[in-house]
Design a protein around this ligand. Structure first.
Ligand code: FES
Length: 152
């Protein structure tokens, strides 16, 4: 496991503390970007928490990712202002450009992960997306292709 030492430190920090499972998994996810099966198994061994409980928590809360995240993360705003500015057509254009099928959020080459998020805080630019830390506003579906070309 790549981050074993760092994961050990995180686990040791929470050992014996009540209600520690969620924050512990959050910290590990921040480190690894997602929770792999191996990592969850390792947490179970080290903490004595049943693997079924760890899977249960990891699959129940939407904040946990069970699959690796792409190199670039595209956040598509689905807040009210963006929604009424047809954020759906932007999302469709992105998914179609990236060949993502229903239920898929990460491209096969691992380059992009697409997420739908609530308000990104720049409603006057609706519809808005963020790619990593860059914001793109007043979008139309036609603009998507050129924007995505900047990322590789
Ligand atoms: S609703 Fe999209 S930025 Fe606020």
């Amino acid at each position: 496991m790549k981050n074993k030492e760092k994961i050990d430190l995180i686990i040791n920090n929470y050992l014996g503390k009540k209600g520690a499972l969620i924050p512990l998994l959050q910290e590990i996810q921040t480190l690894e970007k997602y929770l792999s099966k191996d990592t969850m198994r390792y947490v179970s061994e080290k903490t004595g928490i049943a693997i079924a409980r760890i899977y249960g928590v990891a699959t129940f809360y939407t904040m946990f990712r069970l699959k690796p995240q792409g190199k670039h993360v595209i956040r598509v705003c689905k807040g009210t202002a963006c929604h009424v500015s047809d954020a759906n057509s932007i999302l469709k254009a992105i998914n179609s450009k990236l060949n993502l099928e229903d239920g898929e959020d990460t491209t096969k080459d691992g380059l992009f992960t697409v997420m739908e998020v609530a308000c990104l805080g720049c409603c006057s630019l609706a519809p808005v997306i963020m790619i990593n830390d860059n914001t793109y506003g007043k979008l139309t579906p036609e603009l998507i292709s050129n924007i995505l070309k900047k990322y590789n």
